[in-house]
Design a protein around this ligand. Structure first.
Ligand SMILES: Cc1cc2nc3c(=O)[nH]c(=O)nc-3n(C[C@H](O)[C@H](O)[C@H](O)COP(=O)(O)OP(=O)(O)OC[C@H]3O[C@@H](n4cnc5c(N)ncnc54)[C@H](O)[C@@H]3O)c2cc1C
Length: 415
């Protein structure tokens, strides 16, 4: 693979850009792979990348029914933070956040990581106490966060109205090294690196059955034929329940549509990410100038990757209290993605009843931020057959044993 560099751009400018290579190849499937990963979202691609990089396992296919990054990875609002409450969550999200810091250099692909700071507003006394508790927990976990005053909030976000009619801003949980990244670029960067290692990314290849014999997976059935494998990793977010059914067991998950919208582009007015959990909405400004606005999840299960009008109204109405200036903004577009929600709002990175089949799912409304950490932990599980320290707490057995990792407050609304 030819490296991207300033020198390469200059060289290609003189050659009419005729020398660029395809970022990833489009190969024919082999009959058998050591590992098949179903789902070419960020988590599946990152799993493949760390399988190759950390364990030297490169005879890998990533099978995708649509186009890579076309699921939730290309539909999210790109918030990256690691200020979770429980120790196992803080560990995996902080691992991911720290990998994001140098991911552009590592992949030689600009993922536009922007550690601009993430602010979670406290708009009730209950939230003040909750966030102060999170700061204490984060300090013990080695995650740098602080509780900041309303005055500091106003300094960081001049467009905010501190005394909202219903919910005044009483302070905020602030993570200065949280931020955003370009979601497509994360998928594309990992895909390019995987392809460079000789892995196969098989797009438009839908899995319709999982073949098994004597308690183990032997291969998958796709619309392009049967492919055998030594191990199977399933990383399909909102479609995890469907794939589990093919494998012959059930997962404690529900699939719902989560929605977001963007405004027309405007001049730079807010250079941090703000989340307002009480009024139910969050906002950041993209490099193009659009206000990227996230709302809530539908109150019913579905597989429709679409937005709905009442969400635009609900989300914008809620945010206008805190950001009066957005009342004059036109909204450009909205969309939805199917997220996979567990009861404790924590992910599943786990062995399954099938000996050589592993699932990574349940990231719900907040799995973009965890992509590198999840890939790292899932690769470890797939390579060794047992979870490493990052994934150990996230096994399926926690639901049987009642050992929940309760992040429902942290993940109930925001991302
Ligand atoms: C509107 C919205 C806003 C969000 N905001 C944030 C945020 O700000 N921060 C954050 O951290 N997270 C956020 N998230 C959550 C985040 O996007 C997801 O948790 C994350 O992208 C999941 O990645 P993934 O790789 O597991 O899944 P996906 O990117 O969905 O990839 C799974 C892939 O599996 C494929 N697949 C499914 N079934 C099959 C099959 N049968 N055969 C082959 N392929 C199959 C799909 O086509 C898909 O491409 C948001 C999500 C949404 C929808």
């Amino acid at each position: 693979m030819r490296r991207y560099s300033a020198f390469a751009i200059a060289r290609e400018a003189f050659r009419n850009h005729s020398g660029w290579e395809r970022a990833w190849s489009a190969p024919e499937a082999r009959k058998k792979y050591d590992v098949i990963i179903i789902g070419a979202g960020g988590h599946g691609l990152a799993t493949a990348y760390y399988l190759g990089k950390n364990f030297g396992i490169k005879n890998v296919a990533i099978v995708e029914k649509g186009w890579l990054g076309g699921g939730n990875t290309g539909r999210n609002t790109t918030i990256i933070r690691s200020n979770y409450l429980q120790d196992p969550s803080a560990a995996i999200y902080e691992k991911a956040r720290s990998l994001y810091e140098t991911l552009s250099q590592e992949l030689n692909y600009n993922i536009m990581f922007s550690p601009r700071g993430v602010m979670m507003l406290a708009q009730t006394h209950h939230e003040v106490r909750g966030f102060q508790r999170t700061v204490y927990a984060n300090n013990l976990q080695g995650v740098k966060t602080e509780f900041i005053s309303p005055e500091r909030v106003k300094e960081l976000v001049p467009i905010i109205s501190l005394d909202g009619p219903r919910y005044p801003v009483l302070g905020a949980l602030w993570q200065a090294r949280g931020g955003t990244a370009r979601h497509d670029a994360v998928a594309w960067g990992y895909a390019r690196a995987c392809s460079d290692m000789g892995m196969h990314i098989l797009q438009r290849t839908e899995v319709s059955a999982i073949h098994q014999s004597k308690g183990k997976v032997t291969g998958i059935q796709t619309n392009k034929g049967r492919i055998s494998c030594g191990k199977l990793a399933v990383v399909v977010a909102g479609h995890s329940g469907h794939l589990a059914e093919m494998a012959g067991f059930r997962l404690p998950l529900e699939s719902v549509s989560l929605q977001a919208l963007v405004s027309e582009p405007i001049k730079p007015c807010m250079d941090v990410v703000v989340m307002a959990n009480t009024v139910h909405g969050y906002m950041s400004q993209s490099d193009k100038g659009e206000m990227v606005i996230g709302g809530g999840a539908d109150g019913f299960n579905s597989y429709t990757q679409r937005g709905s009008f009442h969400h635009i109204e609900e989300t914008v109405r809620a945010l206008i209290e805190t950001f009066p200036m957005i009342s004059r903004l036109k909204m450009l577009r909205q969309w939805g993605g199917i997220v996979d929600m567990t009861g404790d709002r924590s992910p599943i990175i786990s062995k399954t009843p099938l000996g050589n089949c592993y699932f990574d799912c349940g990231w719900g409304t907040g799995g973009f931020k965890s992509i590198p950490g999840s890939g790292w932990a899932m690769a470890d599980l797939v390579a060794n057959g047992e979870p490493g320290p990052l994934a150990a707490s996230f096994g399926l057995n926690r639901f049987r044993e009642g050992r929940f990792i309760d992040e429902s407050v942290a993940a109930g609304v925001a991302h």
